[in-house]
Design a binder for this molecule. Structure first.
Ligand SMILES: [Zn+2]
Length: 249
């Protein structure tokens, strides 16, 4: 945790907007020679995502932590390139210098700490946009995003790991990569059927006609009105769907 002296510390901030109104970075670099800024040049080949492990700290708190004498004298080495919360992104170490965040990953990975405080839906969205902006700056693709766990086995980023597939899907969508087409399993009245479709932004998309006809509806296209027409009257005569209809009714 932090003391007030640290959290009130004033930086000579420079704010830069990286292609999105949500991605504004405050540069507050550790001083040259700082214990947590070894000054070793790296050529980054990946981005490593972390959670701070502290449910209450903000980005400013995390930045102050790096200058807190208690932590500097603790014998441990810990730092990162960027920290992000629901309102701020702060950079502490240049992209092309090593930070202490992921053991073997330190040699070639940019560390991004995601705060656990604040509205986590907002934090999630900002994290996606920021990681994408970093990927673009370095010419990376989504496959160059790593977790702290990938390097060391640690349960980090602990809040995002349970939904890592969704996080990466959001990143791919934001990068403009194609959503992944796959059969979407849907349980209908206790039986699982698979429909051709895709997942995007945490939602499953399947063709309307295919799904509704299985439920006994008639689906047609009205050229005069330019509308999809879903008709329930057909229920009793759609033999192919009777087993669904029977249970539905
Ligand atoms: Zn971590």
């Amino acid at each position: 945790m932090l003391d007030d002296n640290c959290s009130r510390r004033a930086y000579s901030d420079t704010k830069r907007v990286w292609g999105s109104e949500f991605v504004e970075v405050t540069t507050a670099l550790l001083s040259v020679g700082h214990r947590f800024r070894p000054g070793r040049a790296i050529v980054p080949t990946s981005i490593t995502v972390h959670n701070t492990g502290n449910p209450r700290s903000t980005a400013a708190n995390e930045r102050a932590w790096l200058d807190n004498p208690v932590n500097l004298n603790s014998g441990n080495f810990a730092s990162w390139h960027y920290v992000l919360d629901e309102t701020n992104i702060i950079q502490a170490i240049p992209d092309f210098e090593m930070a202490y965040h992921a053991e073997s990953g330190n040699a070639a990975s940019i560390g991004v700490e995601i705060c656990e405080s604040g509205n986590q839906h907002v934090v999630w969205r900002r994290a996606v946009l920021f990681v994408v902006s970093l990927l673009r700056r370095h010419g990376f693709g989504a496959e160059q995003v790593r977790t702290h766990r990938d390097w060391t086995g640690k349960n980090c980023p602990r809040l995002i790991l349970p939904e890592w597939a969704r996080f990466m899907r959001d990143i791919r969508l934001e990068l403009g990569e194609q959503p992944s087409f796959a059969n979407v399993p849907i349980e209908m009245n206790g039986e699982t059927r698979e429909f051709p479709g895709f997942m995007a932004s945490g939602r499953s998309f399947v063709p309307t006609r295919m799904l509704l006809e299985q439920l006994g509806y008639a689906v047609s296209w009205d050229e005069n009105t330019g509308r999809v027409v879903i008709d329930r009257e057909i229920l009793q005569v759609t033999t192919a769907s009777e087993r669904w209809v029977g249970r539905q009714l």
